[in-house]
Design a binder for this molecule. Structure first.
Ligand code: SF4
Ligand code: FES
Length: 211
């Protein structure tokens, strides 16, 4: 699916349907701006201020919604702290200046950790139908505060293996607990690790195929 681009007077909204994981923050927070299941245009940028549109974008965990000003300047700000939130029975939700599989991926992305997505490394919601069961409250590891908490974050999906993540990153449980602070880690995406969210090598035993 191509990215929908909708021009308002001051702002441009980009919507990438393949990234959307249907958390519905957009349609619940601003049902006047995002009006699904209607004929014709369903995104109405001029019904919100630029600041409000930016807030909608920031609350979109998948990065499906991105906003720029009409003059082309990028006005979404990078987060001050790079994070990945471990979603209960669901994906890994990253917030950071992301490069994923060698491509600029913006500041937000939800990546598959159940192994069932047809759009790996991105989540496509398949965890629900697959009955994926994994805690959003993993145990915390011993860690110390990072010297720097932001900056570029690279996610390299290893073929038939985990997500190799490089850069400053804080791992966060569903309730907001910090469970680790790292500059490099390998996160399970086969759904079978015994020490989720980290890879423990089980992908080899279960013959995980990433494509
Ligand atoms: S992932 Fe983003 S675009 Fe999709 S429903 Fe949620 S907030 Fe809306
Ligand atoms: S990717 Fe799941 S155990 Fe390695």
């Amino acid at each position: 699916m191509s990215i929908e681009t909708v021009h308002g007077r001051e702002m441009i909204v980009h919507f990438d349907g393949e990234r959307c994981v249907h958390t519905r923050h957009c349609v619940l927070d601003r049902p006047d701006v995002f009006v699904p299941n209607t004929p014709g245009e369903w995104i109405h940028p001029d019904r919100a201020t630029p600041a409000e549109l930016l807030e909608i974008a920031h609350n979109c965990p998948s990065g499906a919604i991105r906003c720029t000003s009409a003059d082309g300047a990028l006005i979404e700000a990078a987060p001050l702290v790079n994070t990945v939130r471990v979603r209960e029975n669901g994906p890994l939700a990253f917030r950071a200046p992301l490069t994923i599989d060698g491509h600029d991926a913006g500041y937000r992305a939800t990546l598959c950790r159940c192994g069932a997505s047809a759009r790996k490394p991105y989540c496509d919601g398949a965890h629900a139908a697959a009955g994926f069961s994994a805690s959003g409250e993993p145990a915390a590891a011993e860690s110390t505060p990072l010297a720097q908490r932001n900056g570029a974050l690279t996610v390299e999906p290893i073929r038939d293996g985990p997500l190799h993540v490089s850069g400053n990153l804080e791992l966060i449980a569903g309730t907001g607990r910090t469970i680790n602070r790292v500059v490099e880690c390998w996160l399970c995406r086969c759904g079978q690790s015994g020490k989720k969210p980290y890879c423990d090598g089980t992908h080899k035993r279960v013959n995980f195929r990433s494509s």
